[in-house]
Design a protein around this ligand. Structure first.
Ligand code: ADP
Ligand code: MG
Length: 237
């Protein structure tokens, strides 16, 4: 169960960017895809989300083949680095949006949004517009929006890369706390080795669309399979 990828490929025209990637991410794991810019991290994540078709292979989520299922039915919620908040809506309405679409009962909406706001310490910000928030608060709203949807799988694409160094450290701790608290499967994409090392239960190191090595952070650090992994994770080969 969890998320399974079997022989996933992606080509853009003549160019192959993901080559035969297979992995099993058990339910509740915090998995991190790490690798240099352009190695295919976002493409892989977008295929899991259903925002990009696969060119081959199979994707399953909690035992269901979702390879050709539309994004909204997959039970995933994605958090982007650009936040993608609705500027004209309040923080509350931004977080409530997906439940409003589903015509959820008012009390349900209130309960879920308040719970997410509490987890993310946004209770004081609920009536503000995104433009009145700091960068860190905006990113929290984007995460809150995902929490309200109660997805089986959270997908994060470099969610902290627009924040300054101090805030990144703080948000990293919050994400770790969030994972502990709600225990959902999380797949997190970053090119930042420190983020990968501190957040991951398991790291997948990608290079040019191929998984070089997968393992616990310290196992990769202590026993890298090749020079690329060693260089990327930061210990001598
Ligand atoms: P990463 O997120 O690791 O930086 P991406 O998944 O964004 O990498 O991109 C992997 C490769 O696929 C890059 O060479 C990129 O230029 C290419 N690519 C991504 N999206 C498209 C697209 N829509 N059309 C053509 N090429 C793309
Ligand atoms: Mg990317």
């Amino acid at each position: 169960m969890g998320v399974q990828l079997r022989n996933i490929r992606k080509v853009f025209g003549p160019v192959g960017v993901i080559h035969d990637v297979s992995m099993d991410i058990p339910t509740g794991e915090f998995a991190v895809f790490v690798g240099p810019s352009g190695c295919g991290k976002s493409t892989l994540l977008r295929m899991i989300a259903g925002l990009e078709d696969t060119s081959g292979g199979k994707i399953s989520i909690e035992g269901t083949d979702v390879t050709w299922q539309e994004p909204a039915k997959r039970g995933v919620a994605m958090v982007f680095q650009s936040y993608a908040l609705y500027p004209h809506l309040s923080v509350f309405e931004n977080m409530a949006f997906s439940m409003r679409l589903k015509r959820a009962p008012k009390q349900d909406v209130l309960d879920k949004v308040m719970e997410a706001a509490r987890i993310l310490q946004l209770e004081e910000q609920l009536q503000k517009k995104p433009s009145q928030l700091s960068g860190g608060q905006r990113q929290r709203v984007a995460i809150g929006r995902a929490i309200v949807r109660q997805p089986k799988v959270f997908l994060f694409d470099e969610p902290l890369s627009n924040l300054d160094a101090e805030l990144r450290v703080q948000m990293r701790l919050e994400l770790a706390r969030l994972h502990k608290q709600i225990g959902a499967t999380m797949i997190y994409v970053t090119h930042d080795q420190v983020e990968a090392m501190t957040l991951a239960d398991r790291i997948f190191v990608l290079k040019q669309g191929v998984v070089q090595q997968a393992g616990k952070p310290l196992d990769l650090y202590d026993d890298p399979d090749n020079k690329f992994v060693a260089g990327f994770i930061g210990s001598p080969a």
